[in-house]
Design a protein around this ligand. Structure first.
Ligand code: C5P
Length: 218
């Protein structure tokens, strides 16, 4: 099975590009950020203090997380609750980095992601996040760092917002990247990782760049 690992900073377009590329290739798709977000959502839902690592670790004993890995049937659930939209709320985004920096949380989720890769029955899987090319799947068939200048990433995220919220979004994006970078390096490509810089590419061109890399890897 072909495993495509994609890392990159917030706002690099990883999720939408990965999903479109998976659809074009007939692959499944795994968004690992969704798992960190779902755990952050669970912590907030149960009134857990996200600054207390031991409370977050305790949550893992009962974390009935599930995700749709077909690119056309994407959902995120915790137990019977559909949290696909709720995990994108600003209150979740604000605490997700605190959840993701806990080593036991990372170890647990890394194993979960690997088991999803192992059990995938499609010809391939695209899996994206921050530590996929280096920790989760360092032996992946294709390893990509998807980047764009900070300016381009901010502009994409802010395109539909007012000037005031755009400024706030830009600030949140860069502070989340700064916090996340202390835990894993996703700003520099590790050995053997191909960088796709999408600053001057539109969405379709970026998807094609990923698809072409995968097709030429056979
Ligand atoms: O990709 P997304 O922005 O949804 O990820 C949400 C958060 O999950 C990131 O800000 C980061 O803290 C964490 N994350 C991580 N490792 C991954 C994927 C996401 O630490 N592989």
């Amino acid at each position: 099975m072909t495993v495509v690992a994609i890392d990159g900073p917030a706002g690099s377009g990883k999720s939408s590009v990965s999903r479109a590329a998976a659809r074009a290739l007939g692959f499944s798709y795994q968004d690992t950020g969704a798992a960190y977000r779902a755990l952050a959502w669970t912590a907030l839902d149960r009134g857990v203090d996200t600054e207390q690592p031991e409370q977050l670790v305790a949550l893992l004993r009962d974390f009935p997380y599930s995700i749709g890995i077909h690119p056309d049937d994407y959902f995120v659930r915790v137990g019977a609750t559909d949290v696909t939209d709720a995990i994108r709320e600003p209150r979740v985004t604000a605490v997700v980095s605190a959840v993701a920096r806990v080593p036991e949380v990372r170890a647990y989720l890394v194993e979960l992601f690997r088991s999803v890769i192992r059990s995938s029955s499609t010809p391939g899987i695209i899996i994206e996040g921050r530590d996929i090319t280096t920790v989760v799947a360092p032996d992946a068939t294709v390893r990509i760092l998807l980047t764009a200048t900070e300016e381009a990433r901010m502009a994409r995220r802010s395109a539909e917002l007012s000037t005031e919220s755009a400024a706030k979004t830009a600030q949140q994006l860069s502070s989340r990247d700064a916090q996340d970078s202390k835990v894993v390096d996703f700003m520099n490509a590790a050995d053997g990782v191909v960088t796709i810089d999408s600053t001057d590419l539109d969405f379709d061109q970026t998807v094609s760049a990923v698809v072409d890399l995968v097709r030429t890897s056979d």
